[in-house]
Write a protein that binds this ligand. Sequence first.
Ligand SMILES: *Cc1c(COP(=O)(O)O)cnc(C)c1O
Length: 405
Amino acid sequence: MKKTTGMDRATTRNWRPATQAVRGGTWRSEHGETSEALFLTSGYTYDDAQTVADRFAGEAEGMTYSRLQNPTVAMLEERIALMEGAEACRAQASGMAAMTAALLCQLSAGDHVVAARAAFGSCRWLVDHLLPRFGIETSVIDSADDAAWEAAIRPNTKVFFFETPANPTLDIVDLKHVCDLAKAHGITTVVDNAFASPALQRPMEFGADVVAYSATKLMDGQGRVLAGAICGSEEWVNETLMPFQRNTGPTISAFNAWVVHKGLETLSLRAHQQSRNAVALGEFLEPRVTKAGGHMRHPGLPSHARHNLALSQMEATGPIFAFDVGTRECAFQILNGLELVDISNNIGDARSLMCHPASTTHANMGEEAREEMGVSEGLLRINVGLEDIADLTEDMDRALSAAGM
Ligand SMILES: *Cc1c(COP(=O)(O)O)cnc(C)c1O
């Protein structure tokens, strides 16, 4: 191959981020196709018996089976690793496949996990219900309380697990503080970075060991496929994650990997523009919401308790924020009054989507856990898309008026 492709680390690591987003991980076949090819194959053939024996023995490069490697998936993994600044990445079938693998691949009975209480509902389920079934102890803390992290450490603490910003309360974790603390105690930090994506926040720059993604969200960004990813050091990925992954099979389909790979080309543009729209819409909403006795949960607004921290560790604060309007009745009236913004529980999409977490994404966890993490009955979460901000504010104005706000 004459022309540089994006698989050669010696070249690609010197590319600037915008170049990596459109060229990183590109691997061209002998046809020299411009856009990355979609390899829909489960298996591979070999010229002779020794070749396959060598590959299975790990003594020769090359693919053997798509649960383990696939050219399209490899292109996605290389591009995410470059954008993240990670040594290695493995794509996963979904965000939850990624979170489950990132935890179970390294935990054993008798270990202890400290997790943030504000989290995506299924992430809380892993911590509250799955891990304890296998003899793994868990503590759930207020992640915005810096001292709570240290207080929760036990001699057997193996992992810190948290999101920042967190779903759906937009709690912000001090990445540097928590990662430094983990390092001092030999604890592995696993950061769910779905709300930010590598375009807005790269936790490894603050010392995170493992960064896990729902790539369904901003990375695809157009609401098409489920996908996930786990980034870490070469050693951790090869020696800790891969034995789990190759034998349990949370593998992404090549088609979904290809869709996400294409999404990464525009990730930064979308994430920044959606962040700008989210700040503008938040500024529009704040006086109306506070006048009605409610409050905003928006890391991009000065009213957020950790606004300055958010700005110091993120390039922009992302497309998602939440606001409390007091009661479920009022929240439902606002949702039902929307004409442009869809009622939908997805996030990261280029379309604006709004939902009521207490009755949807966080319905299964029980009232007590919801209350503890701040998912109140009046809370609404919005993913702000790429529509014209004037249309979005007009729609929100109409919906608030319909709810008497
Ligand atoms: C959506 C989401 C997940 C789960 O991802 P899926 O792709 O839906 O499996 C995990 N963590 C966070 C923060 C999310 O927003």
